[in-house]
Design a protein around this ligand. Structure first.
Ligand SMILES: NC(=O)c1ccc[n+]([C@@H]2O[C@H](COP(=O)([O-])OP(=O)(O)OC[C@H]3O[C@@H](n4cnc5c(N)ncnc54)[C@H](OP(=O)(O)O)[C@@H]3O)[C@@H](O)[C@H]2O)c1
Length: 369
């Protein structure tokens, strides 16, 4: 029986992975911070299970054990005994802020904590077969048309998140040279909600940051907004259930495995920015026009979305040859369409509207049409 150690289990990807692995009958151990009895992990995994349409009974929940740690000091707070029976690690926890003011916490968590966890696993988890590190496809940086499943040596990086995720890949690769625990760098593109249910956690990251900008127009009672984005650029979006499916397939795959692997977990590039954002506008009853800000509300929206503008305005093509080779027939491409985006946007906006409705005077102004 596998025992899979997961970090980031209070978040979007990690909680979905926990719920799905428990449902499959695996033992799961989580490392989380500020979570003495594991209540945050259990609540997040419960939400994810509902979002995936999974039913977890007591037998499933008994397979979960939670451990509170301080990621800044894993050597003291992660007892080697916890690692003894671990067969695989999925390291998903990450400081997600783009702000360069957050570069220190980003380096501490994304680089140092990830490397320390790898080193402790290599040393104490004798049964561990592989360390999976969740990175991002955007460590490729900008001005790269075709991104290979390989380390990037001199990428053009623009924010603390991208920089620290890139540094973590390089650092883990170096650790592997010394410690030899097999390593997989798993790079999703921009993750959106579940294909069938639209479920996500309502965090305004990636595409949802752009939706948050449109939502701001609704909060300000605008009938039309201008988004300063290239409407014809192509977005690469991947659904959370595809991410989790690929993770589970990798845990099962035995052929063509390498000591160090780098995989892209991505969708296709069929959707234009305008097509991806149109559902948010129509769900909120707003006309979305692409072009420079015209009014004060457009300028406010621009301040919300500008950190993601360089990503939305660029088109990347991510190679997946290696992942296809390892997964063989299990690899089914994830194609994107307007209906999937609409479901995802609907779930995200409903979640955010519910949160915003708690603010005084917002309830009536913000109902979806
Ligand atoms: N979402 C995407 O579109 C996307 C795309 C590509 C790659 N990824 C990668 O997927 C992974 C998970 O992302 P996500 O979307 O699930 O993010 P998320 O929902 O924001 O979850 C982040 C997780 O990391 C933990 N975390 C954040 N800062 C931390 C810190 N300083 N110390 C310790 N733990 C910390 C959070 O714990 P707390 O609850 O304690 O804050 C949470 O469990 C990340 O590695 C990210 O780079 C995500």
């Amino acid at each position: 029986m596998r025992t899979i150690l997961i970090t980031g289990a209070t978040g979007f990807l990690g909680s979905a992975l926990v719920a799905s692995l428990l449902a499959e009958g695996h033992r799961v151990k989580t490392l989380s911070r500020n979570d003495p009895a594991g209540a945050r992990v259990r609540a997040a995994a419960g939400e994810a299970a509902r979002g995936f349409g999974l039913i977890l009974n007591d037998r499933h929940w008994e397979l979960l054990s939670t451990v509170e740690v301080d990621f800044r000091d894993l050597r003291s707070t992660l007892h080697p005994r916890i690692l003894e029976d671990v067969t695989h690690v999925w390291n998903s926890a990450a400081e997600m802020s783009y702000s360069l003011k957050k570069i220190l916490p980003a380096m501490e968590q994304n680089v140092m904590a990830s490397s320390t966890l790898y080193a402790l696993t290599a040393r104490h988890a004798r049964r561990c077969q592989r360390f999976y590190h969740v990175s991002t496809a955007y460590t490729a940086g900008f001005d790269v048309e075709e991104v290979h499943e390989a380390l990037h040596f001199t990428p053009r990086l623009i924010n603390a998140y991208q920089l620290s995720k890139w540094a973590a890949e390089t650092n883990l690769f170096q650790h592997h040279q010394e410690m030899k625990l097999p390593l997989t760098l798993f790079r999703p593109s921009a993750v959106i909600g579940h294909q069938a249910t639209g479920w996500s956690t309502g965090v305004s990251f990636g595409l949802f940051c752009l939706a948050e900008g449109i939502l701001h127009g609704k909060r300000r009672n605008a009938g039309q907004i201008h988004l300063d984005l290239k409407e014809d650029a192509r977005l690469n979006l991947v659904c959370i259930d595809t991410v989790v499916r690929r993770a589970r397939e990798l845990l099962r795959a035995e052929a063509h495995r390498q000591p160090v692997e780098i995989f892209h977990c991505v969708g296709d590039e069929s959707l234009r920015v305008a097509e991806a954002l149109e559902p948010a506008g129509s769900l909120l009853g707003l006309r979305v026009v692409f072009g420079p800000p015209q009014l004060e509300v457009d300028a406010e929206i621009h301040r919300i979305i500008k950190k993601n503008k360089p990503f939305a305005d660029s088109t990347w093509h991510f190679r997946t040859d290696r992942l296809k080779q390892v997964l063989g027939d299990a690899y089914v491409p994830q194609s994107m369409n307007r209906e999937i985006i609409r479901r995802s946007m609907m779930h995200f906006l409903a979640h955010r509207l519910q949160e915003l409705a708690q603010e005084p005077g917002m309830a009536t102004a913000l109902a979806m049409p």
